[in-house]
Write a new protein. Structure first.
Length: 144
């Protein structure tokens, strides 16, 4: 299995407001950057979209190390999702899970790969996280 590192970040100006997501993919010496824009969104939605786009961009099953600075994404995909699915996409309070469609898309995308989910503190000088952040902001600036 090919090994890939995926660094993701989302950005939002206003919450909700204009948003962007950024992804840095690395496999060996090769790197690829992805980014995208959404006119009316939230920061959490852009964080999810970055992880989704990173995984969905892979063309074959891979061994993936996915780095996010979003505790929402990290805890959601590694902890909370099991209960949500068991409860029919309801949270512990019995309310509908926010961003359900994005969580379902992320859940489906990860099944193609072996994903090691990792969290990094945002805006702390982590080079790849800073690059993903810059891509997310570039998407907003360019409205890509």
């Amino acid at each position: 299995m090919k090994t890939v590192e995926i660094y993701t970040d989302g950005a939002c100006r206003g919450n909700p407001g204009k948003g962007g997501w950024g992804v840095l993919l690395r496999s060996g010496e090769r790197e690829r950057e992805l980014y995208g824009y959404q006119a009316q969104t939230t920061n959490n939605q852009m964080e999810l979209m970055a992880a989704i786009q990173g995984l969905e961009s892979l063309t074959q099953p891979c061994e993936v190390m996915l780095m996010t600075d979003s505790k929402y994404v990290m805890q959601g995909i590694t902890e909370w999702i099991h209960g949500w699915k068991r409860r029919g996409w309801k949270n512990a309070s019995g309310q509908a899970v926010k961003n359900k469609e994005l969580w379902q898309r992320l859940d489906a995308a990860r099944t193609e790969h072996r994903v090691d989910w990792r969290w990094v503190k945002g805006h702390s000088g982590h080079v790849e996280n800073e690059r993903a952040d810059a891509l997310a902001n570039k998407a907003i600036d360019e409205q890509a």
